[in-house]
Ligand binder design. Structure first.
Ligand code: GUN
Length: 283
């Protein structure tokens, strides 16, 4: 058996087209959806990511503003700037690119963003809303993974979903979203005793560890759906995920590639959240 691929590029393209259409409708009502991105310091990866976010926004009709500050910006100056953006009715989404310089308390910075503008879905209020099923913003990566699952028409009710990784921005919210769809959810992590015993039971596996070959073919139930959130480099410097793609695709029913899987979906869902923030503000 060779798994079918879940094409993140193609799905993200469809989602961006939907965002463009909804953005046009909002603009026709005199509302320009707007995202403010704050980058502190000169981390090269963050510079690339924030540039992508600006370009994605512009292409779909959203207005994105990138504010860059030197690494020695004081925390209080950053908090003041976030408060000003919170109060600005022309700004619908606020994103502070992580990681922040060491002298800043990232939690304090994120908690200063208004939950109504927290398009990353990182605020504790967003996390609480997700757990309790209240309206709020879902973190973009797990949100994108759910869209990928939806795209293949899988009914998650009663399915066993195993999430590998327990980060606040991927593993934990991913488990909550799967639970909302009535899956039976197991979260595995570095202290899990027998990971293979868990993943072999799984109808859906989401690998979100940040380490190569966390999931190999011998750990996958035939026909399972495998979502690979990892972004790593192999020995040749090529981008690869957490999943041994070539091995796992011989066993799984569906698998997401890296690159071209979850990555483009994460980017697309930020646009969805920003548009949603603007639509909510306009209501
Ligand atoms: N750094 C790496 N990924 C992200 C992200 O999705 N949001 C923010 N704010 N920072 C990041």
């Amino acid at each position: 058996m060779t798994a079918q691929l879940i094409d993140g590029n193609a799905l993200a393209r469809r989602i961006r087209a939907e965002v463009s259409g909804r953005t046009q409708a909002l603009k026709a009502r005199g509302v320009q959806p707007a995202l403010s991105i704050i980058l502190v310091g000169d981390d090269p990866a963050s510079q690339v990511y924030t540039r992508h976010k600006v370009n994605d926004s512009t292409e779909t009709g959203l207005k994105a503003t990138l504010e860059t500050y030197p690494a020695d910006l004081s925390e209080s100056a950053l908090l003041d700037r976030i408060r000003a953006l919170n109060a600005d009715p022309q700004v619908h989404g606020i994103l502070v690119q992580l990681p922040l310089p060491k002298h800043m308390d990232a939690s304090k910075v994120i908690e200063t963003i208004s939950p109504a503008k927290d398009v990353d879905g990182f605020h504790v209020a967003s996390a609480g809303a997700l757990v309790t099923g209240q309206p709020g913003f879902w973190p973009c990566t797990p949100y994108g993974c759910m869209k990928m699952l939806e795209s293949i028409g899988i009914d998650l009710r009663g399915k066993h979903a195993v999430v590998i990784g327990r980060s606040n921005i991927v593993g934990k919210p991913m488990a909550q979203l799967l639970l909302q769809k009535n899956a039976t959810v197991t979260i595995c992590h570095s202290a899990t005793r027998d990971l293979k015993a868990m993943t072999l039971q799984a109808d859906v596996v989401v690998a979100a560890v940040g380490k190569r070959n966390v999931l190999t073919a011998d750990m996958v139930k035939p026909g399972a759906v495998v979502i690979d959130v990892g972004m790593n480099r192999n020995d040749e410097g090529k981008l690869c995920g957490d999943v041994d793609f070539e091995g796992v695709r011989q066993v799984a029913g569906w698998v997401t590639p890296v690159p071209g899987g979850v990555g483009p979906m994460t980017r697309a869902m930020l646009l969805v959240n920003t548009l949603e923030a603007a639509e909510r503000a306009a209501r």
